[in-house]
Design a binder for this molecule. Sequence first.
Ligand code: PEP
Length: 233
Amino acid sequence: MKIIAGNWKMNGSRSALAEMQGALDGIKTENRVILCVPFTMISGNSGPAAIGAQDVSMHSHGAFTGEVSAEMLRDAGAKYVIVGHSERRMYHGETNEIVRNKAEMALSAGITPIICVGETMEEKDAGKTLEIIESGVRESVPSDGGDVIVAYEPRWAIGAGITPTDDDIAAAHTLIAETLEKMGRGGAPILYGASVKGANAAQIMSIPHVDGVLVGGASLKSDDFIPIIMATK
Ligand code: PEP
């Protein structure tokens, strides 16, 4: 069983989500499929894919105009939430500490956080990839609470149509698995994300410690998303 999570970012509509759920109804898979959609599409949705959000407030309630709390996400029916996506880190200045606070809020509401870590191109070029991954996991993943999922997303490869080598993905995922083990979170699923498509999904999911994938662009259309889900049944 693998976890196949889609990140719709700021795309889609309620009818597009209903259409995707309908298409997913027509396939047979043991994999766990998750769709992380904009806040407005969470409530009232149903189908084979579990629904997740793409962000959550680090505050529980109150005067935080425009924010959505973990309890509100739970109330709307979200089971998962992506925290620390590189676009949140880049455009909203989210640090590992903020990401951990958000993950803690999700856990307190019974929502599973999908916690993203990964290096920028500059960090990669400076030979800091493994250092950034390890500190990302240590500082962003809460030490206790319910289940978490970690996603390794090399930031330079997101939406770029390129991926690290299999060896580099294996090294990153092995380090994440070892770090989680030391934190008492051994066995938490680790997803790979960045430029996953039908053509490379099976190969990527055969790499040790890759428990599934987080998919951006190729999760928007069922013709692209279903081959990824079916790459490993
Ligand atoms: C992402 O942004 O989480 C992502 C994986 O994007 P893409 O698949 O489009 O590279």
